[in-house]
Design a protein around this ligand. Sequence first.
Ligand code: GAP
Length: 498
Amino acid sequence: MEIIIEKKENNRSEILDKIVSLAKRRGFVFQSSEIYGGLNGCWDYGPLGVELLRNIKEEWWKWMTFRENIEGLDASILMHPKVWEASGHVENFTDPMVDCKQCKARFRIDILSEIINDKKKKKVLEELRNSIIEDSKLVDKFTDAFQTEDPFSTILEDQDLSMKLLQEINCPQCGNKGTFTSARQFNLMFKTFIGPVEDSGAVVYLRPETAQGIFVNFLNVQSSSRQKLPFGIAQLGKAFRNEINTKNFLFRTREFEQMEMQFFVKPTDDKKWYDYWKDERLQWYKNLGMSENKLRYHDHPKDKLAHYAKEATDIEYEFPFGWGEIEGIHNRTDFDLSRHEEFSGKSLKYFDEESKEKFIPYIIETSAGASRSFMAFLTDAYYEEEVKGEMRSVLRFHPKLAPIKAAILPLVNKDGMPEISEKIEKDLRKKFKVFYDDKGAVGRRYRRQDEAGTPFCITVDTQTLEDQTVTVRDRDSMEQVRVQIDNISLYLTDKISL
Ligand code: GAP
């Protein structure tokens, strides 16, 4: 039996590079269109990645929709352009950004603020204060900005002050000063055209969130499924955002998948259901083995709430680069349905048979990123350990998420072991994603499976020939138990469903 001698602590700065490299080497994630130099912000899921992603989505779907009060939906990606006017995306789904006139680099204002270090910020703010000292209106704005959590960003977001501040900043790319344009709003929705004519009347958008497909189908789903409040609609699917700065691997991409659920409630019950879904969603990540100490809520302060939200929290995961949102939970009030009622001219009111009242329900939204959760599960599972003086990389996925559930390994390629192994593989394949490996020393084959996150390795050895048992090696403890061949399927089912 192998014994863990020492568990190496992951170095935060190196770890992301190692995960990206493993993801490519083992076929989890490839850069999109790699042979053409790649397409920024787009990624392809390889043979192991597609299984992991499917398993995450499958677990989410089961957790959310295997309930009496949640229905599923799969709305189209392209929707009537008025949807995005009603939702506020045409007007508000923008990021302020600046261009460097010299080197043509483009920066989102908040990213620019992240790039500049604190010492430099202090110096630049001092220079700004000196340059506006004569203008009492600007001085007032400047002073007010210091009442906020991040004065530098607040000043950058103010039109009058940002013009001046930007003149004091050196471009992080070419180093020139005074070369920034003023900040401009940039809409993050991808535009395309429907039909053969590319004119303004034919503009449609690739959806930037799956939520709107649910809102506009609220009454269709409610009446066809005969649901009564409170009930929810869940949907999984692609979303697209023309992010200016894509970063940190899968964290911020231009094409990604969301797993959203909108829960329709009586306005007076909103707090109860908001709290319920907040707990329930965090529990989902924990149940799938995500480290509890790397998960937290970040409640939005009242003055930072989105225009449609009454209460909001993010579930955050501690990535190697710091804490980042993996899911948002919002009390969206009656904002969305009211807006769609207004813009479509169709009533979206619910008739409550008990009270005989008609009203617009409130919505509690749970909005998770499948791609971002993928990255969190992958990062969380990654360990480097020293075993008998040798390093092993291991992905400790929850068995439900593991891309391959078991590997079947004949100890040697003779004495009837391959035949028995092939039979086991054929039987297990009916139920599980399994892998057959007969290449190289068995220790190296174990390592390859550890790195792929395979929770169980089944080895056919000399004893198998005598008593029809195999060894089943556990990926994490590396302990081996002997199991009767006839019982392997049941054994795996029990272990995976834990
Ligand atoms: N309907 C609400 C909504 O879309 P959001 O906070 O913009 O809210 C929800 O997005 C989730 O979608 C995020 O928590 C994140 O997991 C994922 N997400 C958003 N933008 C993303 C991007 N550019 N790349 C990857 N995932 C993203």
